[in-house]
Ligand binder design. Structure first.
Ligand SMILES: [Zn+2]
Length: 410
């Protein structure tokens, strides 16, 4: 194990600040959705950095960007994350994983030379689901999970199809199938924790054991519109009151289950949406997560039973539309061991943990041995301009990543 690999905090800070300028808004926060001009400019900048490092630069059919260090065999160890952001996101989510991968591969190239397996840095496109409902689009491309009809069916809020958006940044959407990579032996993703466990415990590294399962559906409650002045309370079938009651009660069910179960009802729509009309229709999103599949399924049933009961009490109807059902995903034991050995080689404390956020790694892990390394998020802040990881923590993370990649590729 190479323990002399050094990556400077100032170098990580410089990279984070430089990439963070793409899509940065005047009032703070980054808007860099996939296939936007800001995203394209960030890709171009990354490509220049890859080339400056002496890596072979290539963009695939869906817009994943690679920097490759050719090894003695064509079998490949891939490392990286994504550079698209949520609206008004921070500079670290995804970006730090790509920049750490670049810094790590650069250090390995300079200090360890040519690898046995080829080493490749990747900026995956569209992880966040913030423009198209195309979660993990780049990873799906690599794994051959994109279906041709999606190119015309997935649209953003302006009605633009993902196929046209790809053309707007000079990609050829019909080439999507060429993104498939049968040569991957491993994928390692460094990411900010996006929670506060490492920060509170003052542990610099998290080694992910499992990425949480996700169950996401839209609940729609239908009551009856009536006059807000003339309809007595006891004769109403108010969709919003029923929906609010449901949201409160399902929150209580999940609170009673305790950590790490979480539920969020973050997106609401009310019809017709007037001061003087008893609302007839209300819908809200339900995002339920648990790292144990059977617990997740049990809670999902319990939440819908709770809503069915309230609907009956209040004389409204309720229906559910499933948006996604993602199983928890264990990280590969060999990659976890490589990360643990690397942390120990650097004399750094670490803890094993569950990822409560979804990542490309959870899909990649269905086909490729995959592992994740977390670094602390100050105050646990993420999906916010307040997102911050200290340059020291970023550099230590990149060094441990480099040492783990050395173990896997040399
Ligand atoms: Zn991310």
């Amino acid at each position: 194990v190479i323990t002399e690999l050094r990556i400077q905090p100032s170098e990580m800070q410089r990279l984070v600040e430089a990439l963070g300028r793409y899509g940065e808004q005047p009032g703070g926060g980054i808007v860099r959705p996939v296939y936007s001009p800001a995203w394209k400019a960030a890709q171009t900048q990354l490509g220049e950095w890859f080339a400056d490092t002496g890596l072979e630069v290539r963009e695939d059919g869906v817009g994943n960007l690679f920097g490759r260090l050719e090894g003695q065999t064509a079998r490949t160890v891939l490392t990286g994350s994504h550079i698209d952001t949520v609206p008004l996101g921070g500079r670290y989510d995804g970006a730090l994983g790509v920049l750490s991968a670049l810094a790590a591969v650069r250090a390995l190239k300079e200090q360890a030379g040519r690898p046995r397996r080829s080493l490749e840095v990747v900026a995956l496109c569209e992880e966040e689901d913030s423009r198209f409902h195309a979660n993990f689009w780049g990873t799906r491309g690599i794994l051959g999970l994109i279906r041709a009809e999606e190119l015309d069916h997935l649209v953003d809020d302006d009605g633009m199809t993902i196929g046209l958006a790809m053309r707007s940044v000079s990609l050829a959407p019909e080439q999507y199938h060429k993104a498939v990579r049968p040569d991957l032996d491993a994928f390692v993703e460094l990411h900010i924790e996006q929670g506060r466990i490492l920060y509170d415990e003052q542990v610099p590294l998290g080694i992910v054991e499992t990425i949480t399962g996700l169950y996401r559906y839209l609940t729609t409650v239908e009551g009856r519109t009536d006059h807000a002045g003339t309809t007595p309370m006891d004769l109403r079938r108010d969709a919003v009151q029923a929906a609010a009651h449901m949201a409160l009660d399902i929150t209580r069910v999940v609170e009673a289950e305790g950590r790490p179960a979480v539920v969020t009802t973050g997106k609401w729509d009310v019809q017709p949406g007037a001061w003087n009309i008893v609302p007839g229709l209300a819908s809200f999103s339900v995002d339920l997560r648990h790292p144990d599949e059977s617990t997740k399924q049990r809670l999902a049933v319990s939440l819908q039973q709770t809503c069915d009961r309230i609907a009956a009490q209040r004389g409204v109807s309720v229906r559910y539309e499933l948006a996604s059902d993602v199983q928890p995903m264990a990280m590969h034991p060999e990659i976890q061991r490589a990360l643990i050995a690397a942390a120990e080689a650097h004399g750094l404390a670490y803890r094993s943990m569950v990822s409560g956020a979804g990542h490309d790694s959870q899909l990649m892990a269905t086909r490729v041995p995959t592992g994740m390394l977390f670094v602390p998020s100050v105050d646990g802040r993420s999906h916010s301009p307040a997102e911050y990881t200290t340059p020291e923590d970023a550099a230590r993370g990149a060094e441990v990543l480099a040492t783990a990649l050395h173990h896997l590729a040399y």
